[in-house]
Design a protein around this ligand. Structure first.
Ligand code: BTN
Length: 326
């Protein structure tokens, strides 16, 4: 069920170039003209712009750049994403990963998705904080109950990152790369990270949460000091702000397709074929744990191959890799 605000946005999305009269809107939504006017004022305060012409009505001229719950709802009404059995768009939460995990534990139908405008306790890998200010970026988590052997968890993160990178390349003409195992980079700066968390028993993954943080509109001065030289955002790279709601809508469909293909088993050849084109580390000297050497792609199960100086190959299943600048 759409909220009134979402229904009003929907009516404008139905008529993207046309003027919609206040009277027609009111009739369609069973609201008085005063109530329509009040809602339009609220939408203006949210960052929408309308062109109002006497006797013609209103035309939506601009949408907000920050993730807007009702705009995303309206977009999903127009082009639904049935893969997700439940989808929540929250103002603020500690972590969308924790929220998705709680929903799975509470037997919410899956696949489910939680998005938030901000996170007060956003988590990165290895206990790090994920900087999650309001109104700038995308924070979302997908909750699944997959019948998947724990050994296959490695490739689901790589596959998700790869499909996201392909989508961002196609949409924004940016040279997006994937840094094994879970980061998206553009020109040596991180723009997104994926945190995959699983509840596993002896032979199966019971619950799986794939959390994605994508820097969309954050500006350089808003990045914390320790990220100043290593992080970026799509808006910084493009030089203008982006519509985060439309981006979220498209990304949900990409993720649904990617996970659908993954669970249908249609990913392994594609992952191996495409990886070299997206591999940020390929051919570079790296160090990881006690291993130093040159990256030689991934194995079919998604582990990183590192060639040591003596020519032997080390296979890294998980961990943190740092580039050694030469
Ligand atoms: C990393 O690069 O360390 C992974 C970052 C993952 C961040 C996302 S934001 C949405 C989801 N909720 C969290 O608390 N973390 C993930």
């Amino acid at each position: 069920m759409q909220s009134t605000k979402a229904a009003i946005i929907s009516a404008f999305l139905d008529n993207p170039l046309a003027f919609v009269s206040g009277a027609d809107l009111g009739e369609q939504l069973n609201l008085s003209r005063v109530s329509i006017w009040n809602h339009l004022e609220q939408l203006k305060a949210d960052g929408f712009m309308f062109n109002a012409i006497r006797n013609k009505g209103y035309r939506m001229e601009q949408e907000p750049t920050a993730l807007h719950a009702e705009l995303l709802q309206a977009l999903l009404t127009h082009a639904p994403c049935p893969f997700f059995k439940s989808l929540r768009i929250l103002d603020s939460i500690d972590s969308t990963n924790s929220s998705a995990s709680d929903l799975l534990a509470a037997q919410e139908p899956a696949p489910l998705c939680v998005l938030a405008q901000q996170q007060t306790g956003g988590r990165g890998r290895r206990g790090r904080i994920w900087h999650s200010p309001p109104g700038r970026n995308l924070y979302l988590s997908i909750g699944l109950r997959p019948a998947l052997s724990p050994a296959r968890l490695q490739t689901i993160t790589l596959w998700t990152g790869l499909r996201m990178a392909m989508f961002l390349r196609n949409s924004f003409a940016l040279p997006v790369m994937v840094k094994w195992p879970n980061d998206l980079y553009v020109q040596d700066r991180k723009i997104a990270g994926i945190l995959t968390e699983a509840k596993v028993d002896a032979e199966q993954t019971r619950e799986l949460v794939i959390g994605i943080g994508l820097n969309v509109n954050i500006q350089p001065h808003e990045l914390p000091d320790d990220l100043q030289s290593s992080a970026s955002s799509l808006a910084i790279m493009k030089g203008h702000p982006l519509n985060a709601s439309r981006l979220a809508h498209a990304l949900l469909q990409i993720l649904a397709d990617a996970l659908g293909d993954y669970f249908a088993g249609a990913y392994e050849d594609e992952l191996c074929r495409l990886w070299p084109e997206f591999d940020y580390l390929n051919g570079h000297m790296v160090s990881a744990d006690a291993i130093t050497g040159r990256v030689q792609g991934i194995t079919r199960t998604g582990s990183l191959r590192i060639q040591r100086p003596d020519g032997s190959i080390a296979v890294l299943h998980s961990g943190e890799v740092s580039l050694k600048r030469q």
